[in-house]
Ligand binder design. Sequence first.
Ligand SMILES: [Zn+2]
Length: 220
Amino acid sequence: MVFTSTTNPELRPSNNATCLEALAFLLVIMFSTLTFADDDNQSGEKRMADNTRKNPLEEGKVPDAEIPKTDIEWRKRLTREQFAITRKKGTERAFSGTYWNTKTPGTYRCICCGEPLFRSGEKFDSGCGWPSFYAPIDTKKENIKGNVVAEHEDRSLASMTGFGIRTEVTCRRCGAHLGHVFNDGPPPTGLRYCINSASILLEPEAKGTSPRDEDSKKSR
Ligand SMILES: [Zn+2]
């Protein structure tokens, strides 16, 4: 084994395992940055403009007819990072996003279409470096039709050592990639919705108003 420097056979398995772990980690980093590579041809000026672009979502929920259909349309609406993550299934670096440690009460909406997806009440500190929720918005309780998120089998990392098949989470309304859901969350669901900050926008709860009332009104 090329990577093994010791002659002590007892140490070989753990050293090999360490090498494989390091290789797997490297591959994950390469994979997670791949989706950003196609945008690297943009000029620095263009990128700066992208990052200061105001998302129309800040003005409210995007009407059905105005939800973009093509990558060209999405690029006009989203920053470079938001596009790479939501439309190309990218992943932001752990502890780098806006909301991984946020405790502000409010509603997290889809950055692409404005659909309310998660509440601060279900957010918990998972220590993983991404905003984590034990459940999305409870559509039955809040009188919203259908689930707000959709789940899909993700085999993209299944061939790598130490990784299995994951469950991808997307916005049901516009298909935006949000993150993944894992079975290591806290009660009452035991689930951990591990979400990219770039995929969501926090609408802080206004004093004296309930976001639940606001959202159920808007969804009717
Ligand atoms: Zn959406």
